[in-house]
Every structure is written in structure tokens, then in C-alpha cells.
Design a protein around this ligand. Structure first.
Ligand code: SF4
Length: 693
């Protein structure tokens, strides 16, 4: 047996540490205990079965041109030729690039450079827009910087109270829950989820009303004199405007909107205020709304009023979902960003990155369309005619997905890099088979902002190449010389990020794996086992220890103060009515990940949850004459999805739930966009529910 290789899980943003051992055809995974995320040696069901991704019979091993296997050079030459022709006919923005939050930092970086330098297109965005973009926008608004959870996950062990708004880690990242073991949990969720069942207090607002609830909680904090006045005066700005705006959100009104009784709201806010150490954490349930940025802002306002962010042992954080959801939004695959989490419309940022890339700042395109707007423009007269897609499956994961699939089908050229034949790859003119997590080396930045190294542990199958090699090969054919070795790409990324908010310039592969940083815990250092894996950004020089808690002394705003921002509840973009009388909400299940392209092909995971289902309350099921196991159709103004009925009082009687790992669910969802983050409203829309005869 070869020596075990220390690496990380292929799936979610916790990035649990695991070791991979290879003995002949056998690949064995064991949990690592030196990675704080899962230091107790825990993995979830997906992590334990991840080796099957590497041996799966569904693996693509040859480039496909219109469905036929061809040699790599034939496929690459064809794509480069078509890209050149489409650019000549339609201009640089005639080609779009779509990335993913699971790509390594190196891939996200090279993809952004490829779009802006080799293609000259502004039309690049990625599926992370559908994930945590509202929390990112709210964090930048309040703190001047978005580092999802601006503290090590191990800090949560000292919490007395944790409020989880729209987050269900007991299902989505079970090892994370161990860090909450010492806290009383206040869970905000319309469903009695696995996490809500662990709660000391479960608040069940109607779908789409979390923002009103947060306003009600803050109103109570002010009314009951629970505001941390000294903290607000010393460390924040803008509180007076927020306090004034709260007058309209008296608790009884909020109870009428949300359905959450005033006494329960009072219990929640008192628990948070009286706790010595407390955290407010948000997840997709609060964020995937057309008012997602304002919803997160309302929870941040609550946390600020109680004096939590930037204090050791307390804080606000976002539970990022995708494996590299954090790093994926820092290195330039987002429509409005350049590497280092710089704004693409900032002249100084453009000058810095252009110098690293050896081009003129004026040659770099400006901001492009956000993810859904980009997908919705494909093939239209003013939109891109070609798309290159990496690490994403929008035919399943985009809202109003039947419309998105139609747009994709109208393209002159679709190129997909993937490991298996996903629903989107099945529509492609050219499919490039690529390496995956344990077959390649690259960095991931987990939900803490900790930069980790995934190491190559197994040989890739013959016939596949890395995404980096594909990007560089296409760039070469378009006249540009790009590095394609991960270490070289990372070194270039470090230079491009230098001086930006997400400064990686002091981070190296050696430091990530060998970092033993000691420091005074009260001043933001980490010590002992916390330092066993990875380096926290920002890390501006090789001798800098990294920044586990970036806001202890000051926030990243011009005056160092966190900003209160007044927000108003607007309600869901689509309300229920006589034709569509039930809310649909969507989410994840433990056994599956994202669009399910990987996990639906893993036997134990497919057996655990083999098919889509519709969870509905016994009262609603009775009214609709639906029994457990019946096939159910869920219909919205956009389309329909089907699933097997599961009857449960864990869901409200006005709401049904569907997991989004199968193609039907997002045919139903609403692409109404948040005006700031451009996040679609995945979490609530109006539907009717019918038993299929
Ligand atoms: Fe992998 Fe996330 Fe499960 Fe950990 S919690 S094993 S990172 S899927």
C-alpha cells in the first residue's frame, strides 16, 4: 500500500480533511484529525463514500465532438477555430464563460484570466452566484469585506448561543454541528429540519419572511434596552437611521407577517443578548431570495446591535455551501471581480492585475452579466453565441431551468469540461473529460477563509486532462501563453491578489501544509491543532501569520467601523393565490450534493435517497387526497417537477419542500433576482400540487 496522502473532501465548504491510501485497485479514505473542521475524525456519508467518485464506471475518458470520441487535438482545434470565428462575427462578448464554486482557486483564477485576456469577454460568471452571493454582498456592505466566517470554526465551541438563520448543517455538513455542541441553538427555518430538531428554540417563519423576523428581533432588542451601546458607539456607524426605521416593525406586526409568536421572538433575542458569547450565522435559507442581501443585512444589523461581530468568541458568519464557494468568489470568475477580491471597475485594481497579466488596463473588459442574466441571454440577438462551462450543471441547478436549457440549446457552440456526462454536458457540442479532486493538486479556501491544499493522491485515468491544461491549451491556440501547472498558476495568483482584500501573496503550498503558526489567541493568532492545516487570508507576506479573525481591531471599511444599513421587508417576489395556493421551498439532503451529477452516481448515496420527493404536511396531503408514496406533480407559472410524496408535520401546511438534486425542481423555481447580489429566489415561489393519476 502506498503511503496515505493527506487531502480534503471533494464536496462541501467545510472541506473536511481526509487521507487517501491506494493499494492496487483499492482506494481507502480515512478522516484526518489534524484539520480543525473535522478534528474529531468525522466525515459525513458523502465523504466516506468519495472514493467511489474515482472508480466510477460513468467516468468520461475521451473528448467528445458531437457525441463521438475524438483525439484531444481534434477537439481543441475545433473549439479554438469555432471560438475565433464566433468572436470575429459577434465580437469578444459573443463568447461566455461559466465557472463553478467547486473549482480550485487555481482554476477559478485561470478561468478569469482566460476570459479577460484570451477571449477579451466581459461575459463570465459562475454558479456561486446561486449560492452565497447575498451574504457576500451584505458582508461587504457592513464590514467592507466578505470573508464568509471571519473566525476559525473552533471558536464556535465557546459559544453560549448560536442563531442559525436558514442554515441546516446537520443535513448539509454534519461534522460542523460538533462545533456547536456547547451552545443553545436558535434555529430560524420554516421546516423542522435535522438542525431544528437539535434547537433549544425553533422559530418557523412563513417562507420569504425571514427579513421581517430579523427586523422584529432587532425592534425587540431596542425596545428592551438590549443594545450594546458602548460597542455601537465605538465600532459602528449608522445605527440611528436603523433605529428610526425599526418603528414600523413592531413585534405584533411581525408576528402577523411571519407567524412567529412574539414571546418566542423575545426569548430568542434575550438569549442572544444575555449570552457571554454568541454568534449569528446565515445560510441559503436566508440568502436565496430576491431580498436576500437585505435579509442578511437585517441579521447583521441584529448582530451589530448586540455587539457580536469583531469580538473574540462572538460574531456573524455565513455558512458557505460549495467546496470552494469562498475561494471561488475571490479570484476573478465573478462578473464584477478581478483576482484578490478586487472590483473590476476600480482603476487601481485594473492597473495592478493588468501588469501581472502583461496587458494594458484598458484592454481588460468591464463587468459582465450575472449568472442567471448571462444564461438567460445565451443565443439571443444581443447575447453570447458560445459558452465554455467548467464545474457546473445549470440545466439542473439554475432557476427556471427549462428556460435555461432552451437558451443553452440555442447556442452555436457549447463546450463543457466535466468528469461525467451531466445533464448540461449532454447538450454540448464538445465535452472535455477532466481530472477531479484526488487526481490533481490545487488549493481550496474553506468556509473559514482558510486556504487548504488538496493533493494529488491517485493517478487519473488515461485520456483525461486537468481543467488547467484545457484552459491553457485553448489559450495557446488563441495566441496566449498560460501556465498550466498548479504551483505555477498559484504563484501567479499570489502576485495578482497582492494588495487586494483577499491577499494570498504570503501563502505558499509549503506553508499551507506545514504551517505551524503560534500567536496570542486574543490578538487573532491561532495555536495548537488549529494551525495544523492551511493559512487564513489575508496573508500579505511570507512571514505574516495569516488572519484568522480579521475584524478584531477594525472592520475593513474606510473608517474601520461596521456599517448599519436600514432595510425594509418586501415579501416574496411571487405570493400564493387561488391558482398557485402553496409555497415551494427547496434545499439539500444529506446524501446528495448540488446538482447531484456526482452523488447520484454513487451507489450508497443513490440508495439512501434514490429519487426526488415532495414533502408535505398531513393537512395539505389530506386536502389534496395525496398519500405517502404517491407520485406528485408540483406546478408553478414556469414549469413542473415531480416527486414521491412524503407526508410529514415537519413542514408547514402552506408549504411543500423539494430537494434540488434532480432536474425537475428548478423547472419550478423563480428567477426573480436580488437587486444587489443578483441572487435568484430559489427559496420561495407559488405552486399548486397535484397527485399524478
Ligand atoms: Fe465532505 Fe462536507 Fe461531508 Fe465534510 S461535511 S465529509 S466536507 S461533504
Amino acid at each position: 500500500m502506498d503511503a496515505p496522502v493527506r487531502t480534503h473532501c471533494p464536496y462541501c465548504a467545510l472541506q473536511c480533511g481526509m487521507a487517501i491510501s491506494v493499494s492496487g485497485p483499492e482506494i481507502t479514505i480515512t478522516p484526518r484529525t489534524d484539520v480543525p473542521a473535522n478534528a474529531a475524525g468525522a466525515l459525513c456519508q458523502k465523504g466516506w463514500t468519495a472514493a467511489e467518485l474515482l472508480t466510477n464506471g460513468a467516468r468520461l475518458t475521451s473528448p467528445l465532438l458531437h457525441g463521438r470520441p475524438v483525439a484531444w487535438d481534434v477537439a481543441l482545434d475545433h473549439v479554438a477555430g469555432r471560438l475565433s470565428a464566433i468572436r470575429r462575427e459577434h465580437g469578444p462578448d459573443g463568447v461566455a464563460v461559466f465557472g463553478g464554486g467547486g473549482l480550485t482557486n487555481e482554476k477559478a483564477y485561470l478561468l478569469g484570466k482566460f476570459a479577460r485576456v484570451a477571449l477579451g469577454t466581459s461575459q463570465i460568471d459562475y454558479n456561486g452566484r446561486f449560492c452565497m452571493s447575498s451574504a457576500a454582498a451584505a458582508s461587504i456592505r457592513a464590514f467592507g469585506m466578505d470573508r464568509g466566517m471571519p473566525f476559525p470554526v473552533t471558536d464556535l465551541a465557546g459559544a453560549d448561543v448560536v442563531l442559525l438563520a436558514g442554515a441546516n448543517p446537520a443535513e448539509t455538513m454534519p461534522p460542523f454541528v460538533r462545533h456547536l455542541a456547547g451552545a443553545r441553538l436558535v434555529v430560524v427555518d420554516p421546516r423542522r429540519t435535522a438542525t431544528a430538531r437539535l434547537a433549544w428554540l425553533h422559530l418557523r417563519p412563513a417562507p420569504g419572511t425571514d427579513l421581517a423576523l430579523a427586523l422584529g428581533l432587532l425592534h425587540l432588542a431596542v425596545a428592551e434596552d438590549l443594545v450594546d451601546v458602548a460597542y455601537v458607539e465605538e465600532r459602528t456607524s449608522g445605527f440611528d437611521a436603523v433605529r428610526t426605521s425599526l418603528a414600523a416593525w413592531w413585534p405584533e406586526r411581525v408576528e402577523r407577517i411571519t407567524g412567529v409568536p412574539v414571546p418566542r421572538m423575545r426569548e430568542a433575542v434575550r438569549a442572544l443578548a444575555y449570552a457571554k458569547n454568541a454568534y449569528v450565522l446565515t445560510g441559503r435559507g436566508a440568502e436565496q431570495h430576491a431580498q436576500g442581501t437585505d435579509t442578511v443585512t437585517a441579521f447583521v444589523n441584529l448582530a451589530l446591535a448586540l455587539g457580536l461581530p469583531g469580538r473574540l468568541g462572538s460574531g456573524y458568519g455565513c455558512l458557505t455551501g460549495q467546496g470552494n464557494g469562498q475561494g471561488g468568489r475571490e479570484h476573478g470568475q465573478k462578473a464584477d471581480q478581478l483576482p484578490g477580491y478586487r472590483r473590476i471597475d476600480d482603476p487601481a485594481a485594473r492597473a495592478h492585475v493588468a501588469a501581472v497579466w502583461g496587458v494594458e488596463p484598458d484592454d481588460l473588459p468591464g463587468p459582465g452579466r450575472s449568472a442567471f442574466e448571462l444564461l438567460d441571454a445565451l443565443g439571443t440577438p444581443a447575447g453570447p453565441k458560445a459558452m465554455l462551462l467548467f464545474g457546473s450543471n445549470p440545466v439542473v441547478s439554475a432557476p427556471d431551468s427549462a428556460r435555461v436549457a432552451e437558451r443553452i440549446r440555442s447556442l452555436d457552440l457549447l463546450v463543457v469540461c466535466d468528469v461525467v456526462m451531466s445533464e448540461t454536458a449532454a447538450l454540448a457540442d464538445v465535452v472535455f473529460p477532466v481530472t477531479q479532486w484526488a487526481e490533481e493538486t490545487g488549493t481550496m479556501t474553506n468556509l473559514e477563509g482558510r486556504v487548504l491544499l488538496r493533493r494529488r493522491a491517485v493517478e487519473p485515468p488515461p485520456g483525461v486532462r486537468s481543467d488547467l491544461e484545457v484552459i491553457a491549451a485553448l489559450a495557446r491556440r488563441l495566441g496566449h501563453d498560460f501556465a498550466d501547472e498548479p504551483g505555477e498558476v498559484f504563484d501567479e495568483l499570489r502576485r495578482a491578489s497582492a494588495g487586494g482584500p483577499a491577499d494570498y501573496s504570503g501563502i505558499t503550498y509549503d506553508r499551507i501544509t506545514g504551517a505551524r503558526v503560534t500567536g496570542d489567541r486574543t490578538r487573532g493568532g491561532v495555536s495548537g491543532r488549529e494551525a495544523g492545516a492551511g493559512v487564513f487570508w489575508p496573508c500579505p507576506s511570507p512571514d505574516h501569520p495569516g488572519t484568522p479573525r480579521p475584524f478584531l481591531d477594525a472592520f475593513a471599511t474606510p473608517d474601520g467601523r461596521a456599517r448599519f444599513v436600514p432595510v425594509e421587508h418586501r415579501g416574496p417576489a411571487e405570493e400564493i393565490d387561488d391558482d398557485y395556493p402553496v409555497y415551494l421551498t427547496t434545499g439539500r439532503v444529506l446524501a446528495h450534493y448540488q446538482s447531484g451529477a456526482q452523488t447520484r452516481r454513487i451507489a450508497p448515496l443513490a440508495e439512501a435517497v434514490p429519487e426526488p420527493y415532495v414533502e408535505l404536511h398531513p393537512d395539505l396531503a389530506g386536502r389534496l387526497d395525496i398519500g405517502a408514496g404517491d407520485l406528485v406533480r408540483v406546478v408553478s407559472r414556469r414549469g413542473e417537477g415531480r416527486g414521491v410524496a412524503r407526508i410529514s408535520d415537519a413542514i408547514r401546511s402552506d408549504t411543500v419542500f423539494m430537494p434540488f438534486h434532480w432536474e425537475g425542481t428548478n423547472r419550478i423555481t423563480n428567477p426573480a433576482l436580488d437587486p444587489t447580489s443578483r441572487m435568484p429566489e430559489f427559496k420561495v415561489c407559488a405552486v399548486r400540487v397535484e397527485r399524478v393519476a
